[in-house]
Write a protein of this length. Structure first.
Length: 67
C-alpha cells in the first residue's frame, strides 16, 4: 500500500507541475490552435497545477513516513 501511495503522489506531482507550466506558458504543448481551448497561458491552471503538486507532495511525505 505504501508503494501505491508513493506512486500516486509522484504522478500527481508530475502532472501538477506540468499543468502549472502550461498555465504559466513555459510548456507550449499541445500547440494552441484557433478555436481550440488549451491550458497554455491560462493563469487558473497555475493554481490548479500547484494544488495538485502540493497534494502529491503530501502523499509522498505520508508514504515515506508511514513505516
Amino acid at each position: 500500500m505504501k508503494t501505491v501511495i508513493l506512486l500516486v503522489g509522484l504522478l500527481a506531482l508530475v502532472i501538477g507541475l506540468f499543468w502549472a507550466g502550461q498555465g504559466y506558458g513555459l510548456i507550449q504543448w499541445p500547440p494552441p490552435e484557433p478555436g481550440q481551448f488549451t491550458m497554455v497561458g491560462h493563469s487558473n491552471w497555475i493554481y490548479i497545477g500547484l494544488g495538485v503538486a502540493v497534494g502529491g507532495l503530501v502523499l509522498i511525505v505520508f508514504a515515506r513516513r508511514n513505516v
